[in-house]
Design a protein around this ligand. Structure first.
Ligand SMILES: NC(=O)c1ccc[n+]([C@@H]2O[C@H](COP(=O)([O-])OP(=O)(O)OC[C@H]3O[C@@H](n4cnc5c(N)ncnc54)[C@H](OP(=O)(O)O)[C@@H]3O)[C@@H](O)[C@H]2O)c1
Length: 309
């Protein structure tokens, strides 16, 4: 048996429990992973609260899509993985926040040695979404790109992918996160009143593409900056998408395995960083989501589930 996050009714963080569950042995084509780290994401809260009608829960429900760990068991017909291999995983079944995850072998990729466990366990959702946003607005060398929410889990990766693509990137964030954004080659700008004028002053020749990784009026900001609507992408403001005819590509629009392999190699090479601003043991999953709900911080919050090898 091992510990896993479960909830059995909709509600706030109080419905989250860490319970003992049976480890499921891997069937053919599956592996069982001892999870070392697991990420948490804002989109998990509305599912738990019953506020996401497109993705209702079934009870008892597990939680989480991001994880990294060590292969503990290998099912039949899995040739590419062996016990002891270090992997980064991605789950479509809300079961990542657990000491043991049994999953299709094609939902793990090798963890490159240079990738630390916290970044590995938090990479999937933020990373694939960042990739989707960059592709959606077709970032090209020489472009000027604004990333709204540039310090968040998605934004901090989208900012770096845009810099790597050769764009000049203006990233909106609060002052405490500016030094990091500068260090990764972006131009930070404080969000809030007067933002459109601050951005115009920084990039007087205009903005070619706009990535909204925060919502709350940022699509309107992209429109006000004169960006072509098919080069504005939001991952959260679906009402604004409809109103302004902008794009809303998210994680489901990229091939996850291929994207994850590329992102993991960029992390290993030091070309990409995924900062982690808080860690919690699995037992404190409620506290982790309470901190996440405050909506501020650089990068990701990670659950440290079992000791790293
Ligand atoms: N469509 C999809 O496929 C998809 C996938 C993943 C996530 N999402 C959604 O995308 C959003 C971002 O996800 P995430 O994981 O990046 O969230 P996150 O890491 O929790 O984002 C927190 C960040 O938001 C920033 N922020 C707070 N207020 C802001 C404002 N007024 N303007 C700009 N930035 C502000 C904070 O920066 P400071 O600390 O500097 O305040 C902080 O870094 C969430 O709503 C999530 O549900 C959608």
């Amino acid at each position: 048996m091992s510990k896993a996050v479960r909830f059995s009714r909709y509600g706030g963080t109080e419905v989250l429990e860490v319970v003992d569950v049976d480890d499921r042995p891997p069937a053919a084509g599956e592996v069982r992973v001892r999870v070392v780290t697991a990420g948490i994401n804002p989109g998990e809260a509305p599912i738990r609260e019953g506020a996401n009608s497109a993705h209702p829960a079934t009870f008892p429900s597990g939680q989480g899509s991001d994880f990294a760990g060590v292969i503990a068991e290998v099912g039949d017909r899995v040739d590419s993985l062996k016990v002891g291999d270090e992997v980064i995983g991605f789950s479509d079944w809300r079961n990542a926040q657990a000491e043991s995850v049994t999953i299709s072998a094609d939902h793990v990729i090798p963890k490159p040695h240079g990738v630390d466990w916290n970044a590995a366990g938090a990479l999937f959702v933020a990373g694939t979404t960042a990739r989707a946003t960059i592709d959606a607005v077709r970032v090209r060398r020489g472009d000027t790109v604004v990333v709204a929410g540039g310090a968040g889990g998605v934004g901090v990766l989208a900012t770096q992918l845009a810099v790597l693509a050769g764009a000049a990137v203006v990233a909106t964030a609060s002052a405490p996160n500016h030094a990091f954004l500068t260090s990764i080659g972006a131009i930070p700008v404080e969000y809030g009143k007067g933002l459109v004028d601050r951005i115009r002053k920084i990039v007087p020749d205009g903005v070619d593409a706009f990535i909204d990784a925060h919502g709350a009026g940022n699509v309107e900001l992209g429109v006000a900056l004169g960006v072509d609507r098919d080069r504005i992408n939001t991952i959260i403001d679906f009402a604004a998408r409809k109103k302004y005819g902008v794009k809303a590509d998210g994680m489901s629009t990229v091939e996850p395995r291929e994207a994850l392999i590329t992102l993991a190699h960029l992390l290993a090479n030091g070309e990409l960083q995924l900062p982690v601003y808080a860690t919690y043991p699995l037992e404190r999953v409620r506290a982790a989501y309470e901190q996440l709900s405050k909506g501020h911080g650089l990068g990701k919050i990670v659950l440290e589930v079992t000791p790293a090898p």
